[in-house]
Design a binder for this molecule. Structure first.
Ligand SMILES: [Fe+2]
Length: 308
């Protein structure tokens, strides 16, 4: 079954975070590979890029972007792609990934991964842009499913079908974020198992895991804590279908000490075993936790609690 565009299984990886640079350089921890946020290094020719080059000499590295804006109505940004390609030339990543989303319009970067309507028109549009990017980068693009908080009335294609056709039309690969599937399924009321089953499993090159915050009637994809048990269970099921995909744990807020981060990643070994059984914890949530969340603003307006 494994195809993965012929790309290697790198094993279990961690996101490269500046808080851990010293530890990694001094201790050379036994991590299989690192994923770097491309934009953190593309325009830096100083110390961060020097450190990245040292790490890339010791470990396999993958470049993960957040600003390609493949779904935007803006023209593709070839200055951005030029910087991306130049960094790839230095770092020699195993692959380059970004998200099925748009991040801005009229040259303004929102620094958010925004959803797009999923229909025949957007599918053709996105496939055309992926083909242009792949031609320019001279390699397949690996595309990640985003976490979403709303759906469009003019969406006519389920996301998993959209991704499947996209891989067929362009030859791109998939970065399946299992946590994002869980978050989106909760927020948009679809079955995550139907989503996973509907994907082209042989095109899943990589998987993401991450922690989220359950706020009761919606989930925010916070990447600031351990992986939820429900997400581990979904990963366990998914791994049986897309085994030999490379696994990566994302952690972007409240970043813990390196060993804590690594220990959480290594839990994935348990869930790779289909017979492993752990009683699912009750989902933890709190209305008291403060999160940066535009929905809070909306609810204030709706309930009339706002003073404005
Ligand atoms: Fe992700």
């Amino acid at each position: 079954m494994p195809n993965r565009l012929g790309l290697p299984n790198l094993g279990l990886g961690l996101g490269l975070r500046s808080q851990h640079f010293d530890h990694i350089l001094k201790k050379s921890p036994e991590v299989d590979w690192f994923e770097v946020i491309s934009e953190n290094f593309m325009d830096s020719h100083g110390k961060p890029r020097y450190i990245l080059k040292q790490i890339a000499e010791k470990y396999p590295v993958v470049m993960h972007g957040v600003s390609m804006s493949i779904g935007s109505t803006d023209p593709l940004n070839f200055e951005y792609l030029k910087s991306l390609k130049a960094l790839a030339g230095e770092v020699k990543p195993a692959w380059i990934s970004d998200h099925l989303c748009w991040t801005g319009v009229l040259t303004t970067n929102s620094h958010d991964l925004l959803p797009l309507p999923l229909n025949e028109e957007s599918l053709k549009y996105v496939c055309d842009r992926i083909n242009q990017v792949q031609d320019y980068l001279e390699r397949p693009l690996i595309v990640e499913n985003p976490s979403t908080y709303a759906a469009f009335k003019n969406s006519t294609i389920p996301e998993w079908e959209f991704l499947k056709i996209m891989t067929e039309e362009t030859g791109c690969g998939l970065l399946l974020d299992v946590n994002n599937v869980y978050v989106s399924s909760f927020n948009n009321d679809f079955d995550p198992v139907t989503y996973i089953n509907g994907l082209p499993h042989d095109k899943i090159v990589q998987m993401h895991l991450a922690g989220h915050q359950n706020c009761g009637n919606y989930i925010i994809d916070t990447h600031d804590r351990e992986v939820n048990t429900q997400v581990w269970k979904l990963f366990q099921m998914t791994y049986q279908l897309a085994s030999e995909a490379s696994i990566l744990l994302e952690w972007d807020g409240n970043i813990p000490a390196f060993d804590v981060y690594h220990t959480e990643l290594l839990k994935s070994k348990k869930y790779m075993d289909p017979t492993f059984n752990e009683v699912a914890n009750e989902i933890q949530y709190s209305d008291q936790e403060q999160v940066s969340n535009p929905l809070n603003v909306v609810s204030l307006e709706l309930t009339g609690d706002s003073e404005y």
